[in-house]
Design a protein around this ligand. Structure first.
Ligand code: SF4
Length: 312
């Protein structure tokens, strides 16, 4: 088993990182590499479909988000965006996935649903913009998954356990390593890309408005897909993280434990309790109560109709 990032760096020096993870999985779980790669080809296809559907927009379950991908895509197609196409596409794709998630569409959790836009957004935009073989993207998903699983040995990957650093932070770290892999970086570069991305999300709280994975989650995925791109770019240029990855993960766990409960997915702090956030939460509560009352009235009406028919 690969126990830590320092262990990984020793084991994988001079080797293809995806091969190292595939070999380790085959030994540990007796799953052959070709089965893992086939499963990830299917995941890539789901990511691709989800991005295409998501670009069409639509309203989310809580009616707070849903059309961000469409708006940005329309602006991009009309030549009204100013960033380079790779960056804009990464944002569009991350928003697409999260839009689908907010409408209960099928997505790939990477590593969670709430942080599910960063990895596909960044990797599929990169594949398209740099004409990278889709098979390389599949192998990059092995790298992303491997990085996530080493983090998961020490940390619970959920906003409830440690705030959004544990979700979007980890997703950014996985994506950064995978981008460095796709761009031909060494194992050292890939681990430092992961470290730079994760380190710079530490302390990120989880404060979803109304308890829904909509605000700030959807747009956060777009912003942090670009964050992962920056981390990969720095690492590929030889900029290392001074703090080693294993120590960053330990710091993330300590910070997560220190976060107040209100900032760990309870919707009892941060953005969720701003005046606007609180008003939205109240509106969602009122709507849920109205729906419950309407269902109860409908049940009562049906029962009375049945009784009237029986009496006749
Ligand atoms: S804010 Fe919370 S619910 Fe939203 S993506 Fe981050 S961890 Fe998930």
């Amino acid at each position: 088993m690969i126990e830590s990032f320092s262990h990984l760096e020793q084991l994988a020096a001079g080797r293809d990182l995806a091969d190292v993870f595939l070999e380790s999985d085959a030994q540990e779980h007796a799953v052959p590499a070709d089965q893992i790669l086939e499963a990830l080809r299917r995941r890539r296809a789901v990511m691709r479909d989800c991005i295409e559907r998501g670009k069409g927009g639509g309203t989310s379950m809580g009616k707070l988000v849903g059309n961000e991908a469409k708006l940005l895509n329309d602006a991009f197609l009309a030549g009204r965006t100013f960033l380079d196409p790779l960056t804009v596409k990464a944002e569009i794709y991350a928003l697409s996935v999260m839009g689908e998630n907010s409408r209960m569409g099928v997505i790939v959790a990477a590593p969670t649903a709430g942080a599910g836009g960063v990895v596909p957004g960044m990797l599929l935009a990169l594949e398209e913009e740099r004409n990278i073989d889709p098979e390389k993207t599949v192998r990059a998903l092995v790298v992303a998954g491997g990085v996530g699983s080493i983090i998961a040995l020490s940390a619970n990957i959920s906003g409830a356990a440690g705030g959004c650093q544990n979700e979007v932070g980890v997703a950014s770290s996985m994506a950064a390593a995978a981008v460095a892999y796709m761009m031909g970086g060494t194992t050292h570069n890939q681990i430092h890309a992961a470290a730079l991305a994760l380190k710079n999300t530490l302390g990120l709280v989880c404060d979803p408005v109304g308890g829904l994975v909509e605000v700030p989650c959807v747009k956060r995925n777009a912003l942090f897909s670009v964050h992962s791109l920056t981390a990969a770019q720095l690492a590929l240029a030889g900029v290392d993280s001074v703090i080693p990855m294993d120590e960053i993960v330990e710091a993330m766990v300590r910070i997560g434990r220190a976060l107040p409960r209100g900032l760990r997915e309870t919707a009892e702090g941060g953005l969720a309790t701003t005046p606007t956030g609180a008003n939205i939460a109240q509106r969602l509560k009122d709507e849920a109560n109205q729906r419950r009352a309407a269902r109860a009235a409908e049940r009562e009406r049906t029962a009375q109709e049945r009784k009237a028919q029986t009496d006749e």
